[in-house]
Design a protein around this ligand. Structure first.
Ligand code: IMP
Ligand code: MG
Length: 182
């Protein structure tokens, strides 16, 4: 139970389910990145909770850096316009970048970020997204590590927001359409 239960139509993933799946992703990444120069690149703000759990499930030396981008305003559909609000703090040339995202929706954000970061000559760039909404994809991009595939519904919690609300919910749920006037 939480303060927001009245706004949630259906819980998709409980805190326990999220924790278990993130542990599996961490184990896969640990296997694949042994001996590499791993930098976790968290995409703020949606990835902040996912990234903090994932990082603790990766049993390797790694760096953590963050970018903040905006593509949305406060609506529920992507505009295709991506604005960098905060860039990485460190150079990434020669590093193995793992972009950590909350959700891959149209793909506009990650497509743009991947192109932009590739120009800085890292050794590799991969994508780890907690959620995937493949039905909504506009850009040709796939996650190398993916938590869960979900239907085309607007979800919140575990870092994901609607108009900056609900990020602190411990679970992920579908928002009632009446909350955003749908
Ligand atoms: P894309 O550029 O359309 O792939 O959108 C990616 C970003 O849109 C994510 O990082 C989220 O911030 C936001 N987003 C997409 N779908 C949802 C959702 O269902 N709930 C909350 N945020 C979402
Ligand atoms: Mg958002």
């Amino acid at each position: 139970m939480s303060y927001a239960d009245k706004d949630i139509e259906r819980v998709l993933f409980t805190a326990e389910e999220l924790k278990a799946r993130v542990a599996q992703l961490g184990a896969e990444i640990t296997r694949d990145y042994r001996g590499k120069d791993l930098v976790l690149v968290g995409i703020l703000r949606g990835a902040y909770i996912f990234m903090s759990e994932l990082a603790r499930q990766i049993d390797l030396p790694c760096e953590a850096d963050f970018m903040s981008v905006s593509s949305y305003g406060s609506g529920t559909t992507s505009t295709g316009q991506v604005r960098i609000i905060k860039d990485l703090s460190e150079p990434v040339e020669g590093k193995d970048l793992l972009l950590v995202e909350d959700i891959l929706d149209t793909g506009n954000t990650l497509y743009y970020l991947r192109e932009m970061l590739a120009a800085r000559r890292p050794a590799s760039i991969s994508v780890c997204a907690l959620l995937d909404k493949p039905e909504r994809r506009v850009k040709d991009i796939k996650a190398d590590y993916m938590g869960f595939t979900i239907p085309d519904a607007f979800v919140v919690g575990y870092g994901l927001d609607y108009a900056e609300h609900y990020r602190n919910l411990p679970y992920i749920g579908i928002v009632k359409p009446e909350v955003y006037g749908g």
